[in-house]
Write a protein that binds this ligand. Structure first.
Ligand SMILES: Cc1cc2nc3c(=O)[nH]c(=O)nc-3n(C[C@H](O)[C@H](O)[C@H](O)COP(=O)(O)OP(=O)(O)OC[C@H]3O[C@@H](n4cnc5c(N)ncnc54)[C@H](O)[C@@H]3O)c2cc1C
Length: 221
């Protein structure tokens, strides 16, 4: 049973199989979801007036989405999701401090040729500046920070094109059209996780685990 990225499973883990080669090629023609720039940070003061979850919309909506999903470069602006769990659970940071992460949806690596190693630090600085609307004087209170970029998704998580949510969940890539939880051409290979049926994010990933376990039980009991 493979929980790795579905393209990685076929392309790398089953590289000697003809069926897997065919599956990998088909996956390469599919649309893949966006990637993310994620910045984790800790502060030396407690930001208790911010919400646990905040979405900060940038100046554009449709234009930004078009650039992320159809463009060929990194958009100048961004919309952000800010998560500050210490608002709810103070034990997640030292007393009087906060821990948080912020993410910006960005194009995957197959779409925009961005040198993330070169720009990540400065991109993070711009995000921190934008967050000061919610977290005043943030830049002077960050004591630790770490980022992950589309490149990290690709190199550390083996995510195809650095996509953060695997095969894009559009109509023609959903339900029956999504990679199956049981491979019909490679006996004994089962797939689980975001790239399979029913799809990405936790509720669906857990459902895919249930579906895969049910298949195995029905095949082997
Ligand atoms: C920043 C961020 C925030 C998110 N927030 C939410 C949220 O609030 N709610 C929600 O529902 N979803 C959220 N998601 C989406 C959710 O996390 C994913 O859909 C889910 O983790 C996908 O699960 P998975 O098991 O398919 O893949 P993963 O969780 O990526 O697990 C796959 C694992 O396989 C490992 N692997 C890869 N190749 C191999 C190999 N060859 N051998 C062994 N191991 C290998 C990888 O390292 C990885 O650990 C978020 C995602 C991100 C990136």
């Amino acid at each position: 049973m493979s929980n790795a990225d579905v393209h990685h499973t076929y392309k790398k883990l089953y590289s000697s199989s003809k069926v897997a080669k065919k599956r990998a090629k088909k996956l390469e023609k599919m649309d893949w979801s966006m990637s993310l720039f994620v910045l984790y940070f800790g502060t030396d003061i407690a930001y208790d007036d911010v919400a646990h979850h905040t979405i900060l919309f940038g100046p554009r909506y449709k234009g930004l989405l078009d650039e992320i999903f159809k463009g060929s470069s990194l958009p100048e602006d961004f919309s952000l999701y800010l998560h500050v769990p210490t608002v709810t659970d103070k034990s997640l940071a030292p007393e009087g401090c906060s821990a948080a992460y912020v993410l910006a949806p960005v194009p995957h690596l197959g779409r925009a040729d961005v040198d993330w190693d070169e720009i990540a630090e400065e991109y993070g600085d711009r995000i921190i500046e934008a967050l000061e609307v919610e977290m005043p004087d943030l830049r002077n209170h960050i004591v630790t920070r770490r980022h992950i970029t589309p490149k990290t998704f690709e190199s550390e998580l083996a995510a195809f094109k650095g996509s953060a949510f695997s095969v894009a969940p559009k109509l023609t890539q959903s339900a029956y059209f999504r990679p199956s939880n049981e491979d019909s051409g490679i006996p004994g290979l089962y797939l689980v996780g975001a790239g399979t049926h029913p799809g990405a994010v936790w509720p669906r990933v857990l459902n895919s685990a249930t579906a895969t376990v049910d298949l195995i039980l029905s095949n082997y009991q």
